[in-house]
Design a protein around this ligand. Structure first.
Ligand SMILES: [Cu+2]
Length: 188
């Protein structure tokens, strides 16, 4: 019986260790963005782990007539500016975050879907809700060449269409129009 409780204890400890992808000790960097667009709300949360990886979680909640069920392109874009504007909303966020070495932010260039800010698509359910988690090493919350906090900051963009992850495709194949945007800021 004692043996079984030891095993149970070990299992519980393991569960606790696995339930959080980041350790609570040490100097962790955190960032977040409130995401919004017409009839869409959400958040991006990012945490840089001790080994340099960045864990990102995007949560969205929207009108399913606009944030339609299925896959929607998600990228980090190169400027921390989310102006809804008129004709083409959120173009103020610029192209895809891609400080180098290729250094092209144009969605239709050959380095798409390998821009440093290209994330997996988010899957939206029939109620207009979705959650995306990604663990990436292509961006950093710290100072340096991969920093999201360069002079003009950066933003997360949710696209109207699925990013087909096609190199050299059209703008629509890279997600098309922009539904929602969130300027990313460090959490102090
Ligand atoms: Cu994009």
């Amino acid at each position: 019986m004692k043996f079984i409780s030891y095993i149970l204890m070990a299992f519980l400890l393991l569960l606790t260790a696995c339930s959080s992808p980041v350790h609570s000790s040490g100097a962790e960097l955190k960032a977040q963005a409130p995401i919004s667009g017409p009839s869409i709300q959400g958040t991006l949360k990012a945490t840089q782990t001790e080994n340099g990886f960045v864990w990102m979680a995007v949560e969205l909640n929207g009108d399913p007539k606009i944030l339609t069920p299925g896959l929607h392109g998600v990228h980090i874009h190169e400027k921390g500016s989310c102006q809804a504007g008129t004709e083409k909303p959120f173009t103020s966020a610029g192209g895809h975050f891609d400080p180098g070495p290729f250094g092209s932010s144009t969605p239709v260039e050959k380095n798409h879907p390998y821009h440093l800010g290209d994330l997996p698509n988010i899957k939206i359910n029939p109620l207009g809700q979705g959650r995306l988690e990604a663990f990436i090493s292509s961006v950093s919350l710290k100072e340096g060449p991969l920093s999201l906090f360069d002079n003009d900051g950066s933003a997360v963009i949710i696209h109207k269409l699925t990013d087909q992850k096609k190199a050299g495709g059209t703008a629509d194949e890279a997600g098309g129009g922009r539904l929602a945007c969130g300027a990313i800021a460090l959490v102090k």
